[in-house]
Design a binder for this molecule. Sequence first.
Ligand SMILES: Cc1cc2nc3c(=O)[nH]c(=O)nc-3n(C[C@H](O)[C@H](O)[C@H](O)COP(=O)(O)OP(=O)(O)OC[C@H]3O[C@@H](n4cnc5c(N)ncnc54)[C@H](O)[C@@H]3O)c2cc1C
Length: 439
Amino acid sequence: MATNNFSRLLLSNRGICVRKFSTTVELAQKKYELLVIGGGTGGCSISNKFASKLGRGNVGVIEPNEIHYYQPMWTLVGGGVKKLKHTAMPMASVLPDKADWIKSRVSKFDPQNNQVTTSDGDTISYNYLVVAMGMQLNYGNIKGLLDALKTDDRVCSNYSANYVKKTYPALSNFQGGTAIFTFPNTPIKCAGAPQKIMYLAEEIFRKNGKRDGTKVIFNTSLGVIFGVKKYADRLLEIIKQRNIEVNYKTNLIEIIPETSEAVFQNLDTNETKSYKYDFIHVTPPMSAPDALRESSLVNEAGFLDVNKGTLQHTKYRNIFGIGDCTSAPTSKTAAAVAGQSGILRKNLQALLDGKEVYAQYDGYTSCPLITGRGKCILAEFDYDAQPLETFPIDQGKERWTMYHMKKDVMPPLYWRILLSGFWEGPRFYRKLMHFGRGK
Ligand SMILES: Cc1cc2nc3c(=O)[nH]c(=O)nc-3n(C[C@H](O)[C@H](O)[C@H](O)COP(=O)(O)OP(=O)(O)OC[C@H]3O[C@@H](n4cnc5c(N)ncnc54)[C@H](O)[C@@H]3O)c2cc1C
């Protein structure tokens, strides 16, 4: 995709100029009270919270991209409900005016000296560091996939701005046969998204009169359909009603576009099996970004090693993490970032005030499981995989209201309130709607 043209268009349309340091010398001497790595959901939320408190020039954000994408909307882009342009804003417009945007990439961490090095070779110092680098998409780890994504219109992936635009045309042009949806053998962001697009696709096939004679297959590396029993039970009913085949512990290892084959490995037996595809939606393997994975800041699984309650690094007390790149054992979503941002605000402020961290994150996360146009199960749960529902109704049912929330209410909430640092999750409203009872 021509990201540069797209970003130029957005930037010129809005008359926004990108803030960037002009010389290496300036940066080489630069030290911030708070340095934030990443200008995604978590990075924007935290930098916006602290830029005003700490004052102009005291917060730096290192982020290489000129466009900030609202990734949760990509499911609806793939399903033909929204356009990619509805999910994009210039990075300059979502980062705080009072912070310095360093348009570069962190390549090295030096936590002992409170420094990071960028890919431009600059070294930047900090008193406090927040790591918000999200997940890296490792499409290259599946043999043949990158080529197939470039050359085969039937091979799609909602997980990247580069490929999400392929999905809806491919679904619309589908003439019947086998449609496969995959879930990789790694942690991923939004664990519901690999199946949400499947339900939207199955509905499109039905509406287009292509469902008879079509096999819809969900090949997942996991051993369950969803990690929370209440929602998993409901999803399994839907899967049965809609005649979808699910194969567990089945991991995609190769795509061969020339012969329309997708090769999967059974994770229990190691046996491989080849499927012919007429459409395939691939969720790529993911990891923390390489620069973080290769640092001393990660746990054995390669994620920023934080205390799951306080979100403070387990070894360096002036380092915190937020979002997908951390070891916090919850489902990685923007909703989780919202919940975490309130904890970080309190704990980072406590350290700035010379006190100890105290706030504890309960693992709150949410996944709007879209099961069709106008239908959504709003899953909300905590570290114990127990439902933590905001509304005083059974959220395990498919509801139009929840779909409307996802499609129309959450985007402005994201752009205006979460990124600007004001939305810290629905805890207050949950208590209100349950008359103060519950968590
Ligand atoms: C298809 C899809 C559907 C989703 N659906 C939902 C949903 O319905 N609900 C929901 O809540 N969430 C959903 N999500 C997940 C949600 O988008 C993420 O969990 C959320 O954006 C995580 O925020 P983050 O700040 O951790 O990472 P990100 O928002 O991804 O930001 C990470 C930032 O770090 C930057 N970065 C990376 N490496 C470096 C480096 N070396 N130096 C400097 N900067 C770097 C990146 O450029 C990026 O801007 C979905 C995601 C996808 C892809």
